[in-house]
Design a protein around this ligand. Structure first.
Ligand SMILES: Nc1nc2c(ncn2[C@@H]2O[C@H](COP(=O)(O)OP(=O)(O)OP(=O)(O)O)[C@@H](O)[C@H]2O)c(=O)[nH]1
Ligand SMILES: [Mg+2]
Length: 282
């Protein structure tokens, strides 16, 4: 997969995140619940150091409910505070306040001894492209959120969003990069739309996705495309079958596999095939 981030760009992003991190009490790391491992930045742990963190499994509404639970347990067992969130409906967002105060209880207690109470929790959101950072910030902050403006002496012109539940959010999220070098990771990211289609071979991608669905969610695949059987069928065969069912036929009667691929990927991304998670915890 020929996807490259320029090292200079990566270094710059890292520097921005590191600078912003000094200004916040807690980091809210968003991952895609359909890809709880591959949608994480591999250097995130080193980048965050000891900074308190909440891991938000976003888009939980379109991920496999059973695997949502398994992943949440997996993260909890690795001492990472985790919340399942749907940033469209807002589900799960109400857990973030109490969880943050729990994680920050020592700091809150130190503040209290100094006579400071009810100080807003300063947070920043980080995550890879398309994971839902903007949606999360909008929903979490509420429509009527007000920018608190520049804070002289604290930041160089950074904007904070003060929100009703005792938080101040940095209004620009930290954009992290996923681990593109690993072909399997790249493919999974592409299934979800986190990588632009123009730079990938969509037919190859669709075939790979069909093989994954055949092996992991055969019933959903059969149901969606009214297929009698998917067992032992190769990816391209499945793509043909999907194309046929969807009337992707070119003159001469051949299946337009390019169009079929676009349909499949589109329907996968829109969760029309069902709630699917692309990886399991170890
Ligand atoms: N079903 C579902 N869709 C979501 C959720 N959160 C975000 N989305 C969708 O995911 C897509 C990307 O969301 P954004 O909020 O733009 O993501 P982002 O991380 O800000 O993306 P960049 O700014 O490109 O880095 C949009 O189509 C959102 O509607 C969620 O919790 N559930
Ligand atoms: Mg955004």
């Amino acid at each position: 997969m020929s996807i490259q981030w320029y090292p200079g760009h990566m270094a710059k992003t890292r520097k921005i995140i590191q600078e912003n991190m000094k200004l916040v009490d807690i980091v809210i790391e968003l991952v895609d619940a359909r890809l709880p491992r591959s949608s994480r930045n591999p250097d995130i742990d080193a980048l965050l150091g000891n900074k308190p963190r909440i891991l938000v499994m976003n888009k939980c509404d379109i991920a496999d409910p059973d695997l949502n639970e398994s992943w949440a347990e997996w993260y909890a067992s690795h001492n990472i505070a985790v919340v399942l969130v749907d940033s469209i409906s807002g589900k799960g967002l109400n857990q973030i306040g109490p969880l943050s105060r729990e994680l920050l209880k020592e700091k809150i207690e130190r503040d209290r001894q100094k006579g400071i109470v009810n100080r807003a929790v300063k947070a920043m959101v980080v995550g890879i492209p398309n994971v839902g950072k903007s949606s999360f910030i909008n929903k979490f902050s509420g429509r009527a959120s007000a920018k608190t403006g520049d804070r002289p002496g604290v930041t160089r012109g950074k904007q904070w969003i003060r929100i009703r539940n005792g938080f101040e959010l940095l209004d620009t999220p930290g954009i992290l990069w996923p681990k593109f070098e690993d072909e399997e990771v790249g493919r999974k990211l592409a299934y979800t739309g986190a990588i632009k289609d123009e730079i990938i071979n969509t037919e190859e991608l669709a075939c790979n996705l069909l093989v994954f669905l055949r092996d992991n969610y055969p019933d959903k695949l059969m149901e969606r495309y009214k297929l009698d059987s998917v067992k032992e069928k190769e990816g391209f065969e499945l793509l043909h079958a999907v194309g046929k069912k969807r009337g992707c036929i070119v003159s001469g009667g051949d299946v337009d596999t390019f169009r079929a691929s676009a349909i499949l990927l589109d329907e996968f991304r829109g969760a029309k095939i069902g709630r699917i998670t692309l990886e399991k915890p170890e």
